[in-house]
Design a protein around this ligand. Structure first.
Ligand code: PHE
Length: 374
């Protein structure tokens, strides 16, 4: 049904003092863009499924309707995210209470699926991260995760060391996927760090004259397998951002478009068609508004500012940029000036409307973030 993945309001917008989920974020849960057949994110998801199914028919199990509300145990602890890792901060992650979050990556499902006995799976879903605002960042986006387990015979028969065998397997699989999606592109591997894999890599492709990061991956930390029913086995995993890849593949220039119901966007994409090049249908001029304020003694962050701006202006905000900062030599107080770009994807905005939004932003900045407006 269309209701797949919807979560009741009272389960998300609780009065818990640790809760930092906003109305704006709540309104995105259950949209499930990756389940709409003609949506570019779903088209990409299906293309990746096709690639893996062609290489290993019948092997891969797909999960694309797992609930985005997860425990901190699943999202962080069980995938070995250190206690002091930035991603655990409520500045970066949406907490429902101290033990429950909106998942910040699809890796949150690795351990439950392993415990259920799954050995080769693809997980697609909406993930949530507090962040700054520009044309490629949105607090809700979609990831696809893959994990494949091998038994000891796999590397013993090949006569190679286990971890090295995983590295070879994952590089072959992922270069194949990149070529399936982007044609005969050049690939390169860059060393990376993720708490749940070792070694870890990022895959980059050379596309339209640039090296672009496509995904993060690595050999699954042995502890994760040992503790979740697969001791003595080895595995590789990857995670990729579907918006990022879809923006590259379909030439979509603004991440907000994925959420648009404007037919001029939605009708350009067709299930199974990977070759669409998006034609921008409107480029209304942006309207810039600056806001300057003295920071409170603590607690101010750019992510908090962006949350306030999104809650007021929703998808009418295109970017928020720090344009000036200085500390007063006598008072020691710090002043910031941020420039907010307002622009609708679909229509032109009136001065009145923009002024109304900016007034709302100013009011909630002083009410909620306790800044001193200048
Ligand atoms: N979870 C990682 C991220 O969100 C991606 C990843 C998944 C990396 C699996 C390695 C293995 O950035």
């Amino acid at each position: 049904s269309a209701e797949v993945g919807t979560v009741p309001r009272e389960e998300v917008l609780t009065s818990d003092p640790y809760n930092n989920v906003t109305e704006n974020i709540f309104s995105k849960i259950g949209a499930n863009l990756h389940l709409r057949p003609d949506h570019p994110l779903c088209i990409l998801k299906e293309a990746i499924y096709t690639y893996f199914d062609d290489v290993q028919p019948g092997l891969w199990r797909k999960f694309d309707d797992l609930k985005p509300v997860v425990t901190t145990k699943a999202n962080f602890d069980e995938v070995l995210v250190p206690a002091d890792h930035v991603s655990r901060s409520p500045n970066d992650t949406y907490y429902i209470d101290t033990d429950t979050v909106l998942r910040c990556h699809t890796s949150a499902h690795q351990t439950e699926l392993l415990r259920q006995g799954e050995a080769a799976f693809l997980v697609t879903g909406d993930v949530y991260r507090r962040d700054s605002i520009d044309q490629s960042h949105y607090p809700v986006f979609h990831q696809m995760e893959a994990l494949r387990v091998y038994k000891p015979e796999a590397w013993e028969d090949a006569g190679v060391e286990g971890t090295q065998h995983m590295v070879t397997k994952l590089k072959t699989a992922l270069e194949g996927m990149a070529k399936h999606l982007f044609g005969d592109v050049e690939c390169r591997w860059v060393d990376a760090y993720f708490p749940f894999t070792d070694p870890s890599f990022e895959l980059e492709i050379y596309f339209n004259g640039e090296w672009l990061e496509v995904l993060g991956c690595g050999v699954v930390e042995q502890q994760i397998l040992d503790k979740n029913g697969w001791s003595g086995h080895k595995a590789w995993a990857f995670g990729l951002g579907l918006e990022r890849l879809a923006m590259i593949k379909f030439a979509i220039n603004d991440i907000r478009l994925f959420w648009s119901s404007d037919k001029r966007f939605t009708q350009q994409f067709k299930s199974g068609d990977l070759n669409t090049q998006f034609k921008p249908y409107s480029k209304f001029p942006p309207c810039f508004k600056d806001v300057s304020f003295w920071l409170p003694s603590d607690g101010f962050t750019e992510n908090n500012l962006c949350e306030v701006v999104r809650d007021q202006a929703g998808d009418l905000v295109e970017s928020v940029t720090l344009v000036d900062a200085f500390t007063h030599p006598k008072t020691g107080k710090t002043s910031n000036c941020f420039r907010i770009a307002y622009r609708s994807m679909d229509r032109s905005l009136t001065d009145e409307e923009i002024n109304g939004l900016q007034d709302g932003v100013r009011t909630s900045l002083s009410d909620k973030l306790l800044v001193e407006l200048r």
